[in-house]
Write a protein that binds this ligand. Structure first.
Ligand code: AMP
Length: 215
């Protein structure tokens, strides 16, 4: 689903910036360096979501625990995925502090079908937004960012993992009408404007669907 598809079905012109309801769970996906973190911050502050980045949770955890650092540092440096069990433990701990008071915006999670399935035994995902930036542009962006896991070999590994592990998960959300793809290869403020519009359109849509389903 694209934004113009969403627009053509729903004629909303004003942004609904009410705080995200308790149960709302939105996922922001995209290749590494697609702008997930920046855009997630904008969405979270506009709509009142708690922004949870599993990359940040892993970096915090490895800075606190020498054992975890020893276990995970080489995986992260090589651009691989941290084991599902570790990610889920970190995430569940974090979410326990946030629910049931706020809607959640997940940044960088789930990244695999297995993670999505495990997560959805706890909480269903309402919407997945993929920021689409072509791989060749990602390489330019990440080299400019210069984080310690942004070496060329690690970038290529992460792009490969995205296609192999994350793409099938996106297809699964798409099959149930829960994936929205937004062109992320533009000025950040244009991407933000589309995201705000998407949320504004999507949320009244959900409310009316919930209403329709009520017996
Ligand atoms: P990020 O900041 O999202 O690019 O994440 C940095 C690194 O943390 C990734 O390259 C992975 O090694 C690890 N990581 C973050 N989120 C996940 C996840 N959902 N599953 C597995 N590994 C993750």
């Amino acid at each position: 689903m694209t934004l113009s598809h969403l627009r053509s079905h729903h004629d909303f012109t004003t942004h609904d910036a009410r705080p995200a309801r308790d149960s709302t769970t939105v996922v922001i996906a995209g290749r590494p360096g697609a702008g997930k973190g920046t855009q997630a911050e904008m969405l979270a502050s506009r709509f009142g979501f708690a922004h949870v980045s599993t990359g940040d949770l892993v970096r915090d955890a490895t800075s606190r625990s020498t054992q975890l650092r020893a276990e995970l540092e080489s995986t992260m440096a090589a651009g691989g995925l941290v084991p599902d069990r570790t990610i889920l433990e970190l995430l569940v701990d974090e979410l326990a502090q946030l629910w049931p008071t706020r809607g959640v915006l997940l940044d960088g999670f789930p990244r695999t079908l297995a993670q999505a399935r495990a997560f959805e035994t706890l909480r269903s995902v309402d919407l997945v937004i993929e920021l689409d930036v072509p791989a060749r542009r990602i390489i330019e962006r990440l080299r400019a960012r210069g984080r310690s896991d942004d070496t060329i070999a690690a970038i290529e590994a992460r792009l490969h993992v995205y296609e192999r592990e994350t793409r099938p998960m996106l297809h699964a959300f798409d099959a149930r009408g829960a994936l929205l793809t937004i062109d992320g290869d533009r000025a950040p403020e244009l991407v933000t404007a589309d995201l705000f519009e998407a949320m504004a359109v999507h949320r009244p849509l959900r409310r009316s669907q919930a209403h329709a389903r009520r017996p």
